[in-house]
Write a protein that binds this ligand. Structure first.
Ligand code: UT7
Length: 319
């Protein structure tokens, strides 16, 4: 028997305020037509004054614990992926830990921007299989609305806020994470970045992106890493029941699926409702497809993402 990290439950959380394209077009020089045609996005959620990455992450974590039928005290590890932490330090994972009332566990953030959830999942999987903990919360949570330049129509229409979480448990058997593959190439730092930081400007900064170049790299890298992870698991594209991609742009999702020969019906799409929520997008989409009954026990699911750095990665699991 092989020891694997099995998804025991998932949950998600969105801010109360939904902002659709028409309303956004009253504040920014854009149109519903342009946004839908170029990206597939129709609306996004924007965090209010009292909603933060930490509060959204905590709500998603509570929902995931409830779905798993577990108590917070069962958790020995929290790995939280975010590029928009509540504070520079302490890690937002420790804020979630405190909010859940867990006295002692391992808790830290990982930062790989939109690929953050894949990095967090890979780290948590390793720590579970090596015995550091038996149950983990893996969370992706972001409030990108706080780092957007609302004067830059090329970026501010693309992103939203939210959180998704899963509970992983170490079990012997056929279910669980079958393979993961991560990459980074720092030569592309300047194509997608934030123009501030504690050690440079002393400010939080705003998101900057050369969208067209990011798009080109995304399709090539995502198709390649999905092929790699399937090879590692000894599976073929035909074995895949669902792809849960990072939700950046509907055109990227279509182009990537086509490159792998996967029918569009197997691709979970939430970018229309949530826009790009960076590290939260994969677990938010995953939870959406579990809750609406698409992803079922035993299904083979591929998760994939690409983001600033560049970073990119994929995971394949049997749910
Ligand atoms: O999560 C990390 C990964 N991120 C991504 O994957 C994003 C990847 N990139 C993209 O999704 C696309 O490149 C965008 C959606 C960002 C842009 O689409 P595009 O087809 O590459 O458009 P573009 O940036 O080349 O802009 C085309 C035109 C420009 O006008 P001109 O110069 O042709 O007159 C822009 O000024 O569209 C204009 N434009 C807009 N018009 C209305 C740019 N943003 C907007 C806007 N509304 N919001």
């Amino acid at each position: 028997m092989t020891r694997r990290s099995v998804i025991l439950g998932s949950g998600s959380a969105l801010p109360a305020r939904r902002l659709d394209n028409e309303e956004l077009a009253k504040q920014v020089d854009t149109s519903d037509e342009w946004i839908v045609e170029r990206t597939g996005i129709r609306s996004r959620y924007i965090a209010g004054e009292h909603e933060t990455t930490g509060t959204l992450a905590t709500a998603a974590a509570k929902a995931a614990l409830a779905a798993a039928g577990l108590e917070a005290r069962d958790i020995g590890l929290i790995v939280l992926a975010t590029a928009t932490p509540d504070q520079t330090f302490p890690a937002t994972a420790t804020k979630v830990q405190a909010a859940l009332g867990i006295d002692d566990c391992v808790a830290f953030d990982v930062h790989a921007v939109c690929t953050g959830f894949l990095y967090a999942l890979t780290v948590a999987d390793s720590l579970l299989r090596s015995g550091t903990a038996t149950k983990a919360l893996v969370i992706g949570a972001e409030t990108f609305s706080r780092i957007l330049d609302w004067e830059d129509r090329g970026t501010c229409v693309l992103f939203g806020d939210g959180a998704g979480a899963i509970v992983l448990g170490a079990e012997d058997g056929e279910r669980g994470i079958l393979a993961t593959k991560l990459h980074a190439d720092g030569r592309h730092n300047d194509l997608l970045y934030v123009d501030g930081g504690p050690s440079t400007t002393g400010t939080v900064g705003k998101l900057r992106m050369k969208g067209r170049e990011v798009f080109r790299h995304a399709v090539v890298n995502l198709a390649a890493v999905m092929g790699e992870v399937l090879d590692l698991a000894g599976l073929r594209a035909e074995d895949v029941d669902w792809v849960v991609p990072h939700q950046a742009n509907a055109r990227i999702l279509d182009a990537t699926a086509r490159k792998l020969g996967l029918p569009p019906e197997k691709v979970v799409v939430t970018v229309d409702r949530h826009a790009n929520t960076s590290a939260a997008s994969v677990p938010l989409a995953f939870d959406t497809a579990v809750k609406d009954g698409r992803i079922k026990a035993g299904d083979v699911v591929v998760l994939e993402a690409m983001g600033g750095g560049f970073t990119w990665g994929a995971a394949v699991l049997r749910y």
